[in-house]
Ligand binder design. Structure first.
Ligand code: NAP
Ligand code: MG
Length: 495
């Protein structure tokens, strides 16, 4: 019997009002049901938003350091349960254990950062232009935040949003991806145990249109923090504009690793394997393009192909495996269709290129780590997000050409350059149109205390992580205190 999960609304675990449910299965073994979950609709969303709205009036008055204390306990509980949550995550979405442990660790780091931020949340004091007057700007809570998240970082991404939102004094309705509702529930259980009051955090399971979009349209939701595809992000932006909600969008990527002729190829090799095939290529920051200087192209390509073919595929719970399955059937179909598109455009499949078969792989959504060589900059496989274990390799003659091609997509999330030349490195830092640039490191590997996000169609200008996300989850209140005992007029000539 698989576990039966519920929504958590206004301090109570409840079924969907309709009584309907959906199943979530293990992508490494589709016979295994991880759990059944409530298939919610607008009736459940309305209850959750009402609870969050009511709870906001008390939660906003809890001192921020006290809210931070709860998050410290959250971090402690996550630390205790790290292994258990990592295993559950691997079962429900397929990443190997090494990576699901990292995902939980990022949540733990975010909890402790947010906890200490409860004792900062710095504002500004500024001199007044008038005598005997005091000016300051302070952060205020905003209200009810809808948190809509993808399946590829089922713990880290929700924590990036929920913890800063809570410390800032907002209440939450959380709609996790339908592929990772169990990990999301583990997070909510911890928040409850750590002492978050009823109504402050609510979780509603169900589909993007039936739950996610209802939150976006809801007049009593003030904030939307969304991570997912650019297509859905655009829809959300359009709909949310009707109620002038504040919206943070973290969307797709088509990230490139550039390898110059002076690069340390051994280092660049480790970087590209980790960047392209880690999380089965299903990271927003995954290395989807490898742009290589012509002087080292043939040599480096054969190094990559050799290693890609040796990567060990299988169930992520077995620690000898390096690459897990795609998250579901649709995702694997998309991956395969892109490989066919690449072939049709004239790219050469030099590794992988097909559904994986073999021992232990027959009941999972496995796809062979794939390398497409001789890709040129205008092919679709050079420009569109694939979100799977496929690497497109492009040959260039110079750094300028490499940067131009790297920038030639609608996305702008992560980027990487391998070079020993400091001038090359700084040119790339200046000219790569991306929210993140790594020098001599792969395109993946965000640290929780640094800003995270991208330019162009990767987002709408907000950043998660670090100190920057606190600007999204709080509103500035400008305060003037006049202690002169008379009417003083600013902005006029008092002389
Ligand atoms: P997705 O299909 O856009 O879904 C993301 C979330 O939105 C899920 O919870 C989904 O619910 C929900 N949703 C779907 N349709 C919706 C709608 N019409 N209205 C409101 N919500 C809706 O993305 P995904 O396939 O889960 O994730 C992969 C994408 O996320 C990739 O493009 C990747 O690059 C991007 N991503 C970006 C970042 C970043 O920080 N920039 C990080 C990770 C991933 P259901 O699951 O129920 O469909
Ligand atoms: Mg699943």
């Amino acid at each position: 019997m698989s576990k039966k999960y519920q929504n958590y609304i206004n301090g109570k675990w409840v079924d969907a009002k309709s009584g309907k449910t959906f199943e979530n299965r293990n992508p490494a073994n589709w016979d295994e049901v991880v759990g059944t979950f409530p298939l919610s609709n607008k009736d459940d969303v309305n209850e959750a938003v009402k609870a969050a709205r009511t709870a906001f009036e008390e939660w906003r008055l809890v001192p921020a350091p006290k809210r931070g204390d709860i998050l410290r306990k959250v971090g402690d509980l996550m630390t205790e349960r790290k292994e258990q949550i990592a295993r559950l995550m691997t079962q429900e979405m397929g990443k190997v254990l090494l990576e699901t442990r990292g995902d939980v660790q990022e949540g733990i780091d975010t909890a402790y950062y947010a906890s200490s931020e409860g004792r900062r949340l710095f504002g500004h004091t500024v001199p007044s232009e008038l005598p005997n007057k005091f000016n300051m700007a302070v952060r205020m809570p905003i209200g009810v935040a809808a948190i809509i998240t993808p399946w590829n970082f089922p713990m880290a991404i929700p924590t990036w949003k929920i913890f800063p939102a809570l410390v800032c004094g907002n209440t939450i309705v959380f709609k996790p991806a339908s592929d990772t509702p169990a990990t999301a529930t583990a997070l909510v259980e911890i928040l409850i145990e750590a002492g978050v009051p009823p109504g402050v955090v609510n979780i509603v399971h169900g589909g993007g249109s039936e739950v996610g979009m209802v939150l976006v349209e809801h007049p009593d939701v003030d904030l939307i923090s969304f991570t997912g595809s650019t297509g859905v992000g655009k829809k959300i932006s359009e709909v949310a504009s009707k109620t002038l909600k504040r919206v943070s969008l973290e969307l797709g990527g088509k990230n490139a690793q550039i390898v110059m002729d002076d690069a340390r190829l051994d280092l660049a090799l480790e970087g590209v394997l980790w960047g392209a095939f880690g999380t089965t290529g299903q990271r927003c920051t995954a290395t989807s393009r490898l742009i290589v200087h012509e002087k080292v192209y043939d040599k480096f390509l054969s190094m990559v192909v050799d290693k890609a073919q040796k990567l060990h595929l299988g169930d992520g719970l077995d620690e000898k495996n390096e690459v897990g399955p795609c998250v579901n059937e649709n995702q694997r179909k998309t991956v395969d269709s892109y490989v066919q598109i690449g072939k049709g455009e004239g790219a050469k499949v030099v590794a992988g290129g097909k559904v994986a078969s073999g021992n232990g792989l027959s009941k999972g959504w496995f796809y062979e780590p794939t390398v497409l060589a001789d890709v040129t900059e205008n092919m679709r496989v050079a420009k569109e997000e694939i979100f799977g274990p496929v690497l497109s390799v492009i040959k260039v003659r110079s750094l300028d050409e490499a940067i131009r091609i790297a920038n030639n997509t609608t996305y702008g999330l992560s980027s990487s350059v391998y070079t020993q030349d400091i001038n090359n490195a700084y040119h790339a830092i200046r000219d790569l149109k991306a929210g993140i640039t790594y020098i001599n490191a792969p395109t993946i590997g965000a640290e929780a205390h640094m800003p995270f996000g991208g330019v162009k169609e990767t987002g709408n200008g907000h950043r998660e992580g670090g100190w920057t996300v606190y600007d999204f989850f709080s509103e500035w209140k400008t305060v003037y205190v006049d202690y002169s005992g008379k009417l003083q007029r600013a902005q006029i000539d008092n002389a």
